[in-house]
Design a protein around this ligand. Sequence first.
Ligand code: MD3
Ligand code: FE
Length: 210
Amino acid sequence: MQPDLFGTRRNEPIAPDAMILRGIAADPAIHHEVLRIAEISPFRHMQTPGGKQIGVEMTNCGALGWISDRRGYRYEPEDPLTGKPWPPMPPSLQNLAETAAAEAGFPDFHPDACLINRYVPGIKMGLHQDRDEADLTAPIVSVSLGLPAIFQFGGPERRDPVARHTLHHGDVVVWGGVARLNWHGILTLRPGSHPLTGAARINLTFRRAG
Ligand code: MD3
Ligand code: FE
């Protein structure tokens, strides 16, 4: 890693083992890859085990994809909508995730799954933990595109206090180590329009699931 002599990198540690890398994924080529993926495996509303519809629309790329249905939450190699494997993870996206993880102190991260969430105004993601992955020592890398959103970040216990951070187009966040099982969520998306995504926010989360 080169030293950051001019302070041009804006790495914001937000908690132990959690860091925001501002604006490093603003290249429209990243959003174009998402559109290509969604042509093969479209965004869709999944069902919760309780039979409700999840408000966020989802798809995946990579060897494994996260799904939810009446039978539970899990990772699967095939898209249940198409009956075919999830689209492969584009090398540009994999490189972005691995470079961001290394920058945040996780040089050995090799994701095999990327969950892609699409929010429109009025949609939120309630506080939850991510614990469906086989290897909880691997970090998660998240990439935000389009409309800004307020991210809520708590601690390892549901009752722990929650901090708020606004995530903008191109921001990447790396979560690992002691932050890996922290509670988190996204507040209701505010109305707006972004030149690349229109009235939507897209979030990619790169994971080691298998
Ligand atoms: C902190 N997505 O897909 S990304 C999810 O913006 C999810 O769509 C949100 O939570 C979104 O599960 C937040 C940030 C994020 C993702 C995973 C984490 C933060 C995390 C796992 C552990 C701790
Ligand atoms: Fe999550």
